[in-house]
Every structure is written in structure tokens, then in C-alpha cells.
Design a protein around this ligand. Structure first.
Ligand SMILES: Nc1ncnc2c1ncn2[C@@H]1O[C@H](COP(=O)(O)OP(=O)(O)OP(=O)(O)O)[C@@H](O)[C@H]1O
Ligand SMILES: [Mg+2]
Length: 601
């Protein structure tokens, strides 16, 4: 066929992402070569089998040669055995290489995703990402193993069989395969369709997994609001959509078959007619015709398979694109060219006219300036949605400032090594997040070499020891197995223990004690106060009683600092703080307000 293979399979232009796959293929070249050797063995035996049919028919059936009768069964057994070994070699090495390439691609993808900033995960659906790592990557494997190895076997077979039929009768061979190039058009046309449908079906699968992830993790809410039937319907609609696309894909994948089969039938019919008349006229032996016919029959099979190859190529390319859309994501949180490192000691943290926006439109923080000295406790209070969490998120560079600068010991944090910066910070986030591992492993998260004593000490300091030991397996209880047994406040205390164990010079507590009752909060608060000693602390709290003793209180509202000072100073100001305080006081009817007050708009 004169058409270049690239055009034949309608390959798109080679992009860096494809180079990445080629590089992986290259890494596995020895395995792939061995797989090809297996393919080659199979191709050789296929051609030999077709060739020996001539001897079987002419020498055994027609001439009744007893020597050949004894020889041919032996040859047949040898050929089939070689074919078996060839098949095993091809399959083993092909899968080995394919799976390795896929492992590598999955690892690259995970490696990349783990390094992407928080903003990325807030913009993506977890289930959708999972679908790419599990599902799409498989399609790439199909592409690699089929395109690289099965196609090699088919290619060798095609080459060998074409050689054989031309050797047997070049004129007849010419007519037998002259129709084949016509197959180009349906293959290319339907190949494009496969790619289009495949992209959509991968997207549909992504929707299905995202939906599953969301409804499973939110199963409590689904039940609480009686939405089971509605969610079922929505799920059925999604699987129906996927089903339709897969049917479309199946049609596109096999639609070229009728045309291919027709062309094959045409060629074979011609061989029977033309070859048959040659046999009748005595110009050809029956064995020669049978051999020729077997070769042509065997030839059409790998040619048809090239269609499937094109299909998996198209599906794989679609999946590659979707995977590399993630791998090629830019990380806006960049490591400095020559990153500096901080020593492990108390630090000054300085906000210099910091402004910040999540998307470039609305500023969530405006012109924030303040400094916290080593060992100082700074409290952030104010209306819900005021920007407190956003503000502390800037310190570990979960997000970068939009304007101004954030400095630690006078160094802009963007000049610090991200790893070093984060190693200086322990954080208790607003939502308590634990992993499905033992209680001890959760507390020691980030410090896997911590001793049991250290873990217990941290748990004791966070007032978690008592409830942990009440579990049947104590510190070895697995969070997931505890299921509903662990309360919101208990989770929070484990998160505090985890932060305490990290023993970092900067401590960030975002509503760390909000789920605790007043009694427990006071105890934990005391423990925290001891630990805050000598550390630079940011404490966010809605309950103003929590922050009474802070060195300085910042009242954040609408992204700005509206007031600052000590508790007493702010109380005398008759401003926002005293208003919030009065509100909590009125609701609690208690001298030291305790309950969490909804101060939000
Ligand atoms: N990931 C995000 N993308 C876009 N906007 C966000 C994001 N997170 C928060 N915001 C917006 O930024 C503003 C400040 O939110 P932030 O979470 O910092 O408030 P907060 O003071 O911590 O409130 P709360 O006391 O309720 O925790 C809000 O208007 C919020 O809608
Ligand atoms: Mg918050």
C-alpha cells in the first residue's frame, strides 16, 4: 500500500504528550522486541502452515506419498508447538511492557496531581479525577499493547503471506489483493468516529464515577432528605447516557466490518473462480490452489485486525489527551529558583499590604498589614465569610497572594523552599480530616518516625487519650472501622494531636475547638496555651471566649481588618468586636460566652 502508515491510521500531529508515551515505549524496547520475536514466530508458522497445505494435498491426497504421510504430522506438531511458544512469548512480554507503561503513567499522573495546588482540587470533582487514573489509563494500555505488539504480528503475517501468494502465483495474487486498498476509506472514516464517541464516553464514565463518589460520601444527607429515589433516577440516567455512547462506539468500531468482509469475499471468490478454472484446465495442482486459498484466507484476518488496531489507537489517543490535560497543568505555586530555608525556631510573620482573590475578579482580602512576633498569639475573629480562612491559607502557600507580600523573618515566603516553609507550620483546618488508618498513624501523620510515647503525649495534650483508650483496639483502631463511633469533637481533638506532634514553630488553628463543649474546650484551650508558648500562633474562633487571652485580636470583615487590639482594648472601643461580644453574651446569658454564635450574614 502506497499510503504512509501515519496517514493510513489518521494519526494526529505528534505532540509532546505523545512523545512521553513514545519515550515509555522506548524504555521497554527489549521487552517489546521479545514480544515481536514471539509475533514473528507466529507469523512464520502461519505462513508455513499455509505453505505445507500444498504438500499435504498434492503429495498425500493425490500422489499418496507414504514418506510425506509420516513426515507431515510431525511437521504439523512442531509448527503448532512453535506457534504456542510464540504466542506465549508475545503475550507475556506485551502485557509486561503494557502494564509497566501504564503503571508509569498512573504514577506520573498521581505524582503530578499531588503537587498541584489546593485550588486545583477545589475546581475538580474527586470522582472525575479517579476515573482518569483508573479508567482512561487502561485505554492507553490497550493502545500500547495492541498498537505495538499485536500489530507487529499482523504486520509480519501480512508480509509473509503476501510474499507466499506472490511466490505461488503472482498474477492471481495481484487480483486477490487489489481490492484491499479500498478498505482504507471505511477504516479512516469510522476510526475518526470512534475517537469522537470514545472521548464522549470517557467523559460520561467520569460523570458516573464523580456521581458515585459524591452520593456515597454524602449518603447521610441523601437519606436525611429522602433523596434516594431521586439519586437512583439520576444515576440510571447517567448510566443510560453511557450505555448509548458505548453502543454508538460499538457501531463505529464494527461498522467497517461489512465492507471489509465484502472486499474479502470478492477477493476470495475471484481466487476460487480463476484458480478453479486453472485447476480444471490442468495448469495448477489442487494443492497449489488450496495453499493459495489458505494463504489468502489467513491474510484477510490480520488485515481486518488492522481496523481494530486503528480503533484502539483512536480510543487510546482520546484517553492520552485527557490524561495529559492533567499532567500538563501548570502549577501556579512555583518553587523559587534558589529556594531559601528557615531554621526550626520561632518566627516573625508579616503581612505587607496583602490582597488576595481566588479568581481574578473579586478581592477576598484587601490591603492586610500586620505582623506577629515570635511567641505571639494572634486571633482572627469576625463574620462568617469575612476572609479568615483565606488569610491563614496564604501562610503555607496553599494560595499565593495577589498583591503585597507575606514575609517570615523578613524573607518573602515565595523565596522559601515550599517544603521547608510547610515544615515550619502545623495546622488544624476548619474541617477535621482523618485518613482511613489507625488512630496512632493519623496522629503521627507527617511524622511517621514518632515513637508511641510521643503519640500518646500528643493525644493526652489534646485531651484525646481518654476516648482513644476507650476504643476496643485503642490507638490501633482504624478510623474507617470506627465509622460513626467517632464524634465531631473527637475528630477535632485527633486533628489537634496531629498538629501538636508536628511540633512546628508556626501554629494555625482554624476553628480548632469549635465542635467541643465548653468544658472540653477550656481543657483543650489550656493545653493549647501551654503549647503556644514560644510559637507564632494564628487562632481563628467564632467563640470569643476562646481568644480572650490572645496577644492581639484582629477583627476581619469583608476582607479587611476593621479593628485590632487586645480584648480589653477592643471592648472599650465600642466597635465591631464589642458588638459581636454583646451579641454572644445576649444569646448565651453567660458571663463568659460559650456557645458558637451564628454571626454570619
Ligand atoms: N476556594 C474558593 N474559591 C472562591 N471563593 C472562595 C473560596 N473559598 C472561599 N471563598 C470566598 O472567600 C470569602 C472568604 O471566605 P473564608 O473561607 O476565608 O471566610 P471565613 O472568614 O473563614 O469564614 P468562616 O468563618 O465561615 O469560616 C467568602 O466570600 C467565600 O465565598
Ligand atoms: Mg473559615
Amino acid at each position: 500500500m502506497a499510503i504512509s502508515s501515519r496517514k493510513f491510521f489518521s494519526l494526529p500531529e505528534i505532540k509532546p504528550r505523545h512523545r512521553h508515551i513514545f519515550a515509555r515505549i522506548k524504555e521497554n524496547r527489549w521487552r517489546l522486541l521479545l514480544a515481536m520475536l514471539g509475533s514473528f514466530m507466529m507469523a512464520v508458522t502461519n505462513v508455513s502452515i499455509a505453505y505445507f497445505i500444498k504438500d499435504v494435498v498434492d503429495d498425500i491426497f493425490v500422489l499418496q506419498d507414504r514418506r510425506m504421510l509420516a513426515l507431515m504430522p510431525v511437521v504439523t506438531i512442531i509448527l503448532f508447538s512453535v506457534r504456542g511458544v510464540g504466542y506465549y512469548t508475545q503475550e507475556y512480554f506485551m502485557h509486561f511492557a503494557g502494564q509497566r507503561i501504564i503503571k508509569n503513567l498512573r504514577d506520573t499522573l498521581y505524582d503530578k496531581l499531588m503537587d498541584l495546588p489546593l485550588s486545583f482540587f477545589q475546581g475538580e470533582r474527586t470522582g472525575a479525577l479517579m476515573s482518569r487514573i483508573t479508567w482512561d489509563v487502561n485505554l492507553v494500555r490497550d493502545m500500547v499493547s495492541r498498537a505495538v505488539t499485536s500489530s507487529m504480528r499482523d504486520f509480519f503475517s501480512i508480509l509473509g503471506l503476501i510474499g507466499l501468494i506472490f511466490y505461488l502465483d503472482w498474477r492471481l495474487a495481484f487480483y486477490a489483493i487489489v481490492v484491499l486498498p479500498l478498505a482504507y476509506f471505511p477504516v479512516v472514516f469510522f476510526g475518526r468516529l470512534v475517537r469522537k464517541v470514545s472521548t464522549r464516553s470517557q467523559e460520561a464514565m467520569e460523570q458516573v464515577s464523580a456521581f458515585l463518589q459524591e452520593t456515597f460520601s454524602g449518603s447521610k444527607i441523601v437519606r436525611a432528605f429522602g433523596m434516594e429515589d431521586r439519586e437512583k433516577e439520576r444515576f440510571f440516567a447517567k448510566t443510560q447516557g453511557y450505555f448509548k455512547l458505548e453502543i454508538k462506539a460499538a457501531i463505529a468500531k464494527s461498522a467497517s466490518s461489512p465492507i471489509m468482509e465484502f472486499l474479502a469475499g470478492l477477493g476470495i471468490a475471484f481466487v476460487i473462480w480463476y484458480g478453479g478454472s486453472a485447476v480444471i484446465e490442468g495448469a495448477k495442482t489442487p494443492g497449489e490452489l488450496m495453499s493459495f486459498l489458505a494463504a489468502v484466507l489467513m491474510l484477510y484476518d490480520p488485515v481486518k485486525k488492522l481496523t481494530y488496531l486503528n480503533n484502539s489507537l483512536q480510543e487510546g489517543m482520546a484517553a492520552t489527551d485527557r490524561i495529559f490535560d492533567l499532567i500538563e497543568r501548570e502549577n501556579p505555586i512555583k518553587e523559587a529558583a534558589s529556594p531559601k530555608a528557615l531554621e526550626h525556631r520561632p518566627h516573625t510573620v508579616e503581612f505587607e499590604s496583602v490582597s488576595f482573590a481566588y479568581d481574578n475578579d473579586t478581592l477576598v482580602l484587601k490591603d492586610i498589614s500586620f505582623a506577629v512576633d515570635p511567641g505571639q498569639v494572634i486571633a482572627l475573629v469576625g463574620m462568617s465569610g469575612g476572609g479568615k480562612t483565606s488569610l491563614v491559607n496564604l501562610v503555607p502557600r496553599f494560595f499565593d497572594v495577589t498583591g503585597g507580600a507575606l514575609k517570615i523573618d523578613g524573607i518573602d515566603i515565595r523565596e522559601l523552599s515550599i517544603e521547608n516553609l510547610r515544615s515550619q507550620i502545623a495546622i488544624v483546618t476548619q474541617e477535621p480530616i482523618l485518613f482511613n488508618d489507625t488512630v496512632a498513624a493519623n496522629i503521627a501523620y507527617g511524622k511517621p518516625d514518632a515513637t508511641d510515647q510521643q503519640v500518646v503525649a500528643a493525644a493526652k495534650a489534646a485531651y484525646a487519650h481518654d476516648f482513644v483508650t476507650s476504643f476496643e483496639k485503642g490507638y490501633n483502631s482504624v478510623i474507617g472501622e470506627l465509622g460513626g463511633r467517632i464524634s465531631g469533637g473527637e475528630k477535632q481533638r485527633l486533628c489537634i494531636a496531629r498538629a501538636l506532634l508536628k511540633d512546628a514553630p508556626i501554629l494555625i488553628l482554624d476553628e480548632a475547638t469549635s465542635s467541643l463543649d465548653t468544658q472540653a474546650e477550656r481543657l483543650v484551650q489550656k493545653a493549647l496555651e501551654n503549647l503556644m508558648e514560644g510559637r507564632t500562633c494564628f487562632v481563628i474562633a467564632h467563640r470569643l471566649s476562646t481568644v480572650r487571652h490572645a496577644d492581639r485580636i484582629l477583627v476581619i470583615s469583608g476582607g479587611s481588618i476593621v479593628e485590632q487590639g487586645t480584648h480589653d482594648c477592643l471592648m472599650n472601643n465600642c466597635g465591631e468586636y464589642s458588638r459581636l461580644h454583646a451579641l454572644q453574651f445576649a444569646l448565651d446569658g453567660d458571663e463568659a460566652p460559650g456557645g458558637k454564635t451564628e454571626t454570619g450574614p
